[in-house]
Ligand binder design. Sequence first.
Ligand SMILES: Nc1nc2c(ncn2[C@@H]2O[C@H](COP(=O)(O)OP(=O)(O)OP(=O)(O)O)[C@@H](O)[C@H]2O)c(=O)[nH]1
Ligand SMILES: [Mg+2]
Length: 297
Amino acid sequence: METLPENYRSGYVAIIGFPNAGKSTLLNALLNIKLSIISKKPQTTRRRVLGILNRDTYQIVFVDTPGILRPRYTLQKKMMEYVRSALNDADLILLIVDAAAKRHPIDLDLNQLNPSKKPVILLLNKIDLITKGDVLPLIEKYNDFYSFETIIPISALQADGIERVEEEMVKRLPLGYPFYPPDVITDHPERFFVAEFIREKIFERFYQEIPYSTEVEIEIFEEREKRPDYILATIYVERKSQKGMLIGKGGEAIKAIGTAARKEIEEFLGRRVFLELRVKVNEDWRRSEVKLRRLGF
Ligand SMILES: Nc1nc2c(ncn2[C@@H]2O[C@H](COP(=O)(O)OP(=O)(O)OP(=O)(O)O)[C@@H](O)[C@H]2O)c(=O)[nH]1
Ligand SMILES: [Mg+2]
């Protein structure tokens, strides 16, 4: 192993915030790669998504998390467990808020979420949507609210302010060895991202309960010589009526999901794939402890 610089730093950074604040967009901007799926709808992220930033003198292990909410069913309870465990593992916390949101400041009990008083950096995201004059009063408001390490206005979407975020994080990381080899960007297997990209396309295309009622599982992921990889994915829905909607007239809807997801998957994997989708009913999977466990939650 190459020798590391004496002042090498490494640590875990939890990205937390309300649903839709831009946590996943931020993760992707920090890593400069699309790792975490994004949509206009809240509760897009359901699990922890780990992404690693490697530089010569430091390694930052980011954990993107589901948006903080009051759980109403078992899946949401699991989602909040991911938030809690990311906070437990963290050396540093990035709290991201939507600066363009109507409600400020956030009614979030940070003392309860962060009992061991780990350093928290506040990011005011989506500043591309507000006027410059609105930023300072917001910073003042949040300063009254909690003793943040620092407050940084950013636009995750436009990758504006991201370098400053990196600088402010590194200063606060402990000295120590890297957790992962330098060429690794995540700890999830490829099939995790394949399932997520399919789910993203469902979130983009469907409304109301459908996105929330669907989950994706990869059944077969076969690398083949001289031919595209073969991927068979099952999309679970909660009720029979939803199955028809997902498939669409003459299979139109499912075909569109497949085409859009395939493009995204191919870009991520850097190779061609043949993607086959099927839809199955998995009654009330969101509320069943056993079914959720089987789906890997
Ligand atoms: N205008 C603007 N939109 C943004 C910015 N950052 C994120 N968004 C949008 O906000 C929406 C939610 O972004 P996500 O990154 O999915 O938010 P999230 O916090 O991960 O959401 P959940 O996973 O559902 O909790 C998407 O439509 C993004 O394009 C930003 O800086 N400016
Ligand atoms: Mg997200």
